[in-house]
Design a protein around this ligand. Sequence first.
Ligand code: HEM
Length: 408
Amino acid sequence: MSETAPVPHGLPMERDAGPFDPPRGITRLREARPVSPLVFPNGHEGWLVTGYDAVRHLMADTRFSSRQDIGILHVPFETPGMPAATEPSPQVPGLFISMDPPDHTRLRRKLTGAFTVKRMKQLEEHISDIVERQLDEMARLAPPVDLVKEFALPVPSLVICELLGVPYADRENFQVNSTKFMEKDVTLDEKMAAYGAMTTYLAELVTRKRAEPGDDLLSDLARHDDLSIEELTSIAFLLLLAGHETTANMLALGTFALLEHPEQLAELRADPDLLPDAVEELLRYLTVGDVFYRYATEDIELGGETIPKGSTVLVALLAANHDPRRFDSPDTLDVHRKARGHLAFGHGVHQCLGQQLARIEMRAGFDGLLRRFPTLELAIPAREVKLKTDMNIYGVHELPVTWTETAR
Ligand code: HEM
């Protein structure tokens, strides 16, 4: 195993290889040492895992605990105010993305029935209607418009609101606060304030649903007497956040990527049957959830290295999905590729619960957008598109687009 010096200053995250490829420093590290030591700015020693095989093994091994940070809070131990790096984080009741079995199993089991492929298939037509309605509205506007605001964010927000039984009219609360929440450079206090604003709202909502259940997913959950209001609130928070942020970024960044690869876009327009494969490839190629955290509960061998107990481990899903040992020409977007086996939805017990829903939304979304806007193009030079390097989920802040004609 070749030795490389620990990365001195956290992760090299700047997108210096272009808007879609992993940062060069990460790629170099993956080639030299796919499981490599990392020193955080405060001197705490951690590990960075970038190789496909190692990432897959790691995510299947529950000795790598998800109680490393407060889950999707993405507050690593290095943040002032967080507990010492050698202890698991305190658990937030209900926030099962940052729990380990058996606590995680108990809660996830209550939701798997609601997210089966069959259930999601039943929603397909309805999701297509939501997409069409949103595109009708967009077609009425005079271009240029921001695709994030007019399409990529509303579609998954409408879908998850309806599924959960959250009034879409209240979207201001969760869209503003979840954005704040996903920012990297906010203080722990600001993050907690955004979390507090969302959970105060959701606690009232689930309390009402427990008293008067309706016909929606949160009401179904509220019927479970063994779930506390606090747990219901965190589950609602997790589903609402995960349900709109990730898919919105995939729709917007995916459109940007297609517009930047006109030959791929032309092939997709010519043969819409390619769409399911194209969606998998966009998931792999873009991997908007590029980095996740784990914590080693004991000394663990991985990829020929020993990760000592208590280490913070950064799992680089984007780097893994661009590993040439797993995917040929990994930095090339190829809508014909069979990209199944990618890790964009994670792997193991925490593998994305909403992946079927996300797939349906993306298929319907790209299908509708490309069909209705045959002349869609960027309204600004590509280099001026504002990238979300400052957020925990990657994407674009805005995507100004224009067109000369629309179709039905
Ligand atoms: C977990 C990605 C859409 C709900 C995850 C994980 C990833 C991911 C990588 C694993 C996290 C970990 O191992 O720590 C994505 C991407 C999406 C997407 C790329 C869109 C393209 C959705 C949607 C929902 C959702 C639409 C809807 C409800 C969840 C939940 C978990 C999760 C609840 C936690 C599962 C657990 O801990 O057992 N997602 N997700 N996601 N995702 Fe998604």
